[in-house]
Design a protein around this ligand. Structure first.
Ligand code: ZN
Length: 287
């Protein structure tokens, strides 16, 4: 199996592009960092897969963050995929869900998709209400509402792996409604088992062999958090000296655990003092 791999493809005849992804070790590493009940795991795996697929359709150097907030059993879900193939994610839940439709899992809520540029820390965010029964439906609604290229998604996830496929109509004029409809109907014939277990070559052959499919080079996806002591220190700085010292007074040290990867960062009074020390004026002789 092409594990932890993203594959771009083209359906030349239909003027449709696509992405296929399979997350294995990556998904296992994420699951190993928190205890999630089954109903959380499924949608978290789907969301992670979606983040990788969406990130692959956008030309950018940075991260795509998909976040869902709601008033249901799961009140927060965050997944992130960077342009160099690093993913991470987490979910916060407070009670059992009665069913697994999107409203049962999240209640009333919103999906936010954020693009964060690596170079200049610019952010673009779009937020839409959570609509439809599945994450797939909600994301497809997002694409049609935001007047982006028509896009179809198919996501599956279980304890072992998470997989997904995306079709996107190309902006060229030669892509007709008929082409898009045909590709879309062919996608509907894909079963969850096929998406979870078949190699991308087989999926393309079974579904789209008449559409002149072309498969591009694989791209590796891996679990990577990206948290660091420096980021934790910056976060504390922005929180302010009074806040940091209040925690120190109460607990003797500041312990911060990264929720995405469980890495622990401990700062004592000396560390905190150093954080808030006014920076020394640079001597002219150094220049
Ligand atoms: Zn981390």
């Amino acid at each position: 199996m092409a594990a932890d791999t993203l594959r771009r493809f083209m359906l030349e005849r239909a003027h449709v592009r696509g992405e296929w992804v399979h997350l294995d070790q990556t998904w296992q590493e994420m699951l190993a960092r928190a205890e999630y009940p089954a109903f959380v795991k499924t949608v978290l795996g789907e969301a992670l897969t979606a983040a990788v697929l969406l990130s692959a359709t956008i030309k950018h150097d940075g991260a795509l963050i998909l976040q869902i907030r709601g008033d249901g059993p799961i009140h927060l879900l965050v997944v992130q995929a960077t342009s160099d193939g690093a993913v991470r994610g987490l979910a916060h839940w407070s009670r059992e869900a009665e069913n697994t439709t999107l409203p049962d899992l999240f209640g009333e809520g919103h999906i936010a998709i954020t693009l964060e540029s690596r170079k200049n820390s610019e952010r673009y965010q779009s937020v839409i209400p959570l609509e439809g029964d599945s994450l797939t439906a909600a994301l497809e609604a997002y694409f049609s509402r935001s007047e982006q290229l028509p896009t179809r998604l198919w996501l599956v996830s279980d304890d072992v792996s998470a997989a997904g496929i995306l079709l996107q109509r190309l902006p060229q004029q030669q892509a007709s409604d008929e082409d898009w409809l045909r590709a879309s109907l062919l996608l509907d014939t894909l079963t969850a088992a096929e998406l979870a277990h078949l190699e991308p070559e087989e999926v393309l052959y079974r579904l789209f062999h008449e559409e002149e499919p072309r498969l591009f080079e694989p791209k590796a996806i891996h679990f990577h958090c990206g948290c660091s002591r420096e980021r934790v220190e910056n976060m504390l700085r922005s929180l302010g000296q009074a806040e940091a010292e209040a925690v120190l007074d109460e607990q003797g040290k500041i312990v911060i655990t990264c929720e995405f990867c469980n890495a622990g960062y401990t700062l004592d009074a000396v560390d905190v003092g150093r954080l808030f020390k006014p920076s020394m004026p640079v001597s002219d002789s150094l220049h």
